[in-house]
Write a protein that binds this ligand. Structure first.
Ligand SMILES: Cc1cc2nc3c(=O)[nH]c(=O)nc-3n(C[C@H](O)[C@H](O)[C@H](O)COP(=O)(O)OP(=O)(O)OC[C@H]3O[C@@H](n4cnc5c(N)ncnc54)[C@H](O)[C@@H]3O)c2cc1C
Length: 384
């Protein structure tokens, strides 16, 4: 295929979000160029913990996540590529009665929204079902078995292959240096290989780097990077079936399809934000948190660890849609720790907005203008 420097849309960022938007735009018949500074999936899209859930503690995110999870279930069939999705479930463990009570009352909200709710497990049932757990101090759990995990490499590759099949140009190792704005409209992306021109719109899906790029167009988006680490142990026989979340210390563990136990925790580390360098402190702190929950992990060797980023916003929810300040400039970023699971629905809704002018009601609350207008998405239940 002849490469072109002009297309209907230019998407900056070859992560799962940029690729999902590109795929859906191409399906609607649009021409698309994706510009990726490194290789496809090199950002957080292949550095995440690969979990997908529908259960959030506000209505807006729950609805978007449920729409996305339904798409995640059938993604492998739709894209013709095995995304290795398994419904392993999520298990939240509570140490305080009021958190368990909060969860019980929040279940009504999910029911009202048509989202399959999970169920509360008392300590006896937890002991019966999950003999590997240390239940000291635990007052109960919440199991949501509609939730699950995918393989991030497989999903990224599935979107990428489908993009190529549909004629999307994916330019790797090409950095977007500046957004060109003429008479208040975003018209092109400056790169080391020259100016790429967009007839319809430019979409910033550059993960934690989105703010830097938006500034080149004179737009300030409140998206901040937060550095995170995760680790896996050597592979073991599969025993830990749901994702286990310790709500006291905000840490989680689960087994991958290969049997490695993947751990992560909200551990502040004194490391430069943009560094992918992993630290000595992280595995010690994450392992300590999860060994308390699953004591048998104390005898397991850790195999590897890595770093990545959350792109966060003041309300920890994504920024989706056209920016108000510059015509023809849209954004899909700020997903915090849940952008991968949202990508199937976000790609579809963004493409509908861009190509058909239809703002899907499930996506509407996430507009970039909400910060200026003071319409932040409020967490109804805070646990942890
Ligand atoms: C440890 C960890 C665990 C996580 N666990 C989960 C989880 O279980 N479930 C979940 O849903 N999410 C999880 N996340 C979050 C998830 O990984 C992200 O929200 C998601 O991958 C965001 O995808 P993206 O396409 O927006 O960003 P990215 O994958 O970061 O892609 C952005 C891309 O833009 C490119 N780029 C940036 N600037 C430029 C430029 N100027 N020019 C060209 N290209 C550029 C980058 O190279 C990058 O490839 C986790 C994240 C981390 C770090």
């Amino acid at each position: 295929m002849q490469s072109s420097r002009r297309s209907d849309y230019i998407i900056v960022g070859g992560g799962v979000v940029g690729l999902s938007i590109a795929y859906h735009l191409a399906r609607l018949g649009a021409s698309v160029i994706v510009v990726e500074r490194r290789y496809v999936g090199s950002g957080s899209s292949t550095r995440n913990a690969a979990n997908a859930r529908a259960h959030f503690f506000n209505r807006e995110a729950s609805l978007l996540a449920w729409e996305s999870l339904k798409r995640m279930y059938r993604l492998g069939r739709v894209l013709g590529y095995n995304t290795l999705f398994v419904r392993r479930g999520y298990l939240w463990l509570f140490y305080r009665e009021e958190h368990l009570e909060g969860m019980r009352s929040y279940m009504k909200t999910w029911r009202e929204l048509g989202i399959p709710e999970g169920r509360i497990l008392d300590v006896d049932e937890l002991a019966r079902r999950y003999p590997f757990l240390n239940l000291k101090g635990i007052v109960g759990g919440y199991l949501a078995d509609t939730n699950g995990r995918y393989h991030h490499d497989a999903v990224v590759r599935a979107y990428w292959k489908n993009c190529i099949k549909l004629g999307v140009q994916v330019l790797e190792y090409v950095e977007a240096e500046k957004i060109t704005v003429k008479s208040g409209r975003a018209v092109g992306v400056e790169t080391p290989v020259g100016l790429l021109e967009a007839d319809k719109a430019i979409i910033l899906a550059a993960g934690p780097w989105t703010r830097i790029l938006a500034k080149t167009a004179g737009v300030d988006l409140p998206i901040e990077p937060i550095r995170k680490e995760a680790m896996v142990t050597e592979p073991l026989k599969i025993t830990i079936r749901p994702l286990v979340i310790n709500t006291k210390v905000n840490a989680y563990a689960q087994q991958t399809l290969r049997g490695e136990v993947l751990l992560s925790s909200a551990t502040p580390l004194d490391v430069p934000t943009w560094s992918y360098q992993h630290t000595y402190q992280f595995p010690l702190r994450a392992a300590k948190a999860m060994v308390e929950t699953i004591p048998a992990l104390a005898a397991v060797n850790w195999l590897r660890q890595w770093a990545g980023h959350y792109a966060t916003t003041p309300d920890h929810n994504p920024v989706l849609g056209y920016v108000d300040e510059v015509e023809g400039l849209a954004v899909a970023s700020g997903f915090s720790g849940h952008g991968f699971m949202l990508a199937p629905a976000v790609g579809e809704y963004m493409a509908l907005l861009l190509e058909k002018g239809y703002l899907h009601p499930v996506m509407a609350p996430f507009s970039p203008g909400r910060f200026r207008e003071g319409r932040l998405i409020k967490e109804d239940l805070v646990i942890g």
